[in-house]
Every structure is written in C-alpha cells, then in structure tokens.
Design a protein around this ligand. Sequence first.
Ligand code: SF4
Length: 419
Amino acid sequence: MPIRISRTWFGKKASGETENARRQSKDRSQLRVGIPKVLNIWSTHQFWVGFLRELGIASENIVFSSDTTEEQTREYGKGRGTVDCCHPVKCMSGHYGELIFGQKKKINILLSPMIHSLPSMLHGHVLDTVTCTRVMAGPENIKAGFLKERDLFAENGIVYASPFVSLGDRDMVTGQLYPALKNVFDLDQEETERAVDAGFTALDNVTARIRRRGREILTWCAQNQKPCVLILARPYHMDTGIGHDIEADVQACGYPILWLQYLPVDIDLMHWLFESDLSVGRIKSPFDISDVWTSSYSSNTNEIMWGAKYAARCPWITCVVRFSSYECGMDQPTYTATQKIVEATGTLYFKFGDLDSTKPGGGIKIRVETIAHYLGKYSQEIILRKASYLSPNCPLGKMPNRTTTNASVAEAAPRSRAV
Ligand code: SF4
C-alpha cells in the first residue's frame, strides 16, 4: 500500500506573493516530527536536529523515541518484525510503534532516514564510509511491519518519510533530501540547501565539542598518570537497551570512559601516537588503516579497527571493552583482528559479545568487577610500557617517569582476559 504523502500541510502560494509572505505560509512551528532513535541516528542526530530547526520546526516538536527497552518492544513492536535480523534492527519496531501509538501529542511526520554513508574521521583515508546494509535498509524492513495488515501510518494521520541519504558525501545530500522531502515539508531547493548546511554545522559542532572533552580526559589521565577505558563499539551501543549501560558500571569503578566515535583527533596527538608507523612508511596518515584492514568500505567497522590501533598506542588507555550485538554479521570478522591489535602492546581487552534484549545483571556485575581488578592491578605497568614506545614530546604535557626499564615492564605485562 502506498504511503500517503501530504501535499497540503501548507497553503498554496498565491501569485505575486512576496518572499516574506511565502515564508510565513510555510510556518512549520506546529509540525511535530518523530525520529526513531535507532542505529546511526545515534551518531547523526544533531544533523537532523539542525536540519529540522532550520526549516522552522520548533525544538520541542522534534521528538526522538526513548532508549530501547524490552517493554517498548513488547508494547509497541510485538508481531511487527518482518525478517530475522540482528538485535539493533529488530528493536526498531518498538521505536516506530512508540512514535506512532505512544505519544500524548501525536506526531505528524515519522522521519526515518535510510542512511547510506556516514561522516567519519577516516573519510578520505579509507575506501569508503558506507553503513552496514542492514542499517541502510532497516527503515524499509521495519516499515513493512506497520503496513502488513493496513497502513497504520495513514490511520494515525502520520506521513512516513524515509529519505535515502549519503551523509558521508556532503555534496550529494541536498540533491537527495530535496526530492525526497519536498512534498513532506513543502520545501524548495534553496531552503533545503540552507537546512543541510545547518545540519552539518550542528553535527560538526557537537562532534568537535565531545572530542575536546575526550582530549581533556586524556590530558587529565596524562597529568595524573591515571588509566582510562576505551569502548570499542558501534554508535548505537550507547543506547542503554543495546549496550546495557555497561560502560557506566565500569566508570562507577573510577575509570574515565572514552567512546571510539569521540576520540580526540587533533593532529599533534595523532602524529605523536602514530609517529613510528609514519616514519617507516607503514601508513600514509594517522587515519590510514590499510596496514590492518584492506577492505575498508564500512564506516563503523573501519572506525573500530582504527580505534583498536589508537588504543594499542595510547599509554593511558590501558583497557579496551568491546561490545557487539546478537547476530551482527559485520562484527564477526573483526573480533580476532581487534583483539590482536589491542593486545600487541599488552593493553587489556575484554569483550561483551552477542548482546541482546536481556540484561544479565549478575553476569555483567561479575565481569565489571573482573575488569576493575585487572585495571587496578596492571594499569601503571601498561602506562609505563606503552609510554616507552613513544617519543617523550607528548602533546598532552606529561609523560610517565621512565626509570622503570622496558624489560621489567615487559615482564610484568598481563595477558588480557576474555570475559
Ligand atoms: S553492523 Fe551489525 S548490529 Fe549493526 S545493523 Fe549491521 S548487522 Fe546489525
């Protein structure tokens, strides 16, 4: 059944209408737009907020679904799955259902973009930055569950919009969003262009801000010779129903957390960490992963490989915690590679694989205690050893005391544990 597309949100433009009047006729301040907070919305949501706000949608009318929960899936998504899939995609039905049926104030538009490619710090250094095919096709897959008996979007007065968009190729985005959304929002080409610019500005600003915070954390660790933990995962593992908030439990043990997506990428730091690889020509830039991953098409997978290299080199990242979801075909080939890269410098590596809807609270508690135990026992030795591989000119300001010999540090190197 075709999705109903509104052509009448806004009054028709009268002939001779001034630009000002035309803008007023496009008052979108009362429109409510729902966005399922799933998959790569987690790393691009600020683009959509900036885009919609520039179009005149009020902030309070941009509605994201809640974090994933079992109740959400049970109440709103049950029986709407269409194909067997990985856990993060399966959960999408609950998010759609919550936006359609669970809002006190109804939404007018459900916006669920088919994100084909992503902005990435590795852009230009890898073959491509495309999303997992399940991420890209997820909206089509899940939409079908709400159309199979009857059109539940239309029945609830909701316009469903699912633009195909290559956020990794900025020049293409206006050309993709304008035709896909012009009838939904009564857009013209110029305002689409302005909204796309505003979207990227918002996304870039928030990414830069969080990365600055990441650098502050690393600087604090360097100044105080304290360890921190890197979470090696996909952006949507930040969803407490997908990643189960495990990093919060680790942080509660007193260890600052860095997420792969927001590692600081300042050029001084990058060149310091990758100096020896660059000097022997193993890589062309600090963002080059061709030495460990030649099939570098998938954006999040590329970043996971790069994050493993970063963690292996950075002295104060003494531990990597890897998350992966149930039935994730994209992560499978990376498990051994990332573990070997991280452990090559004696950095601790722990993995929580096959995460699904169940949060095994007791099991997670024991594993977190294990991680904290090893962090407490070995971090200082790991910091010393990894610092000894790097130049003393640390851009974070302070290197550990090197009186301990490399040999004695190497002897003390722990073996990492899979928990
Ligand atoms: S990367 Fe894995 S978890 Fe994510 S959508 Fe693809 S298959 Fe699913």
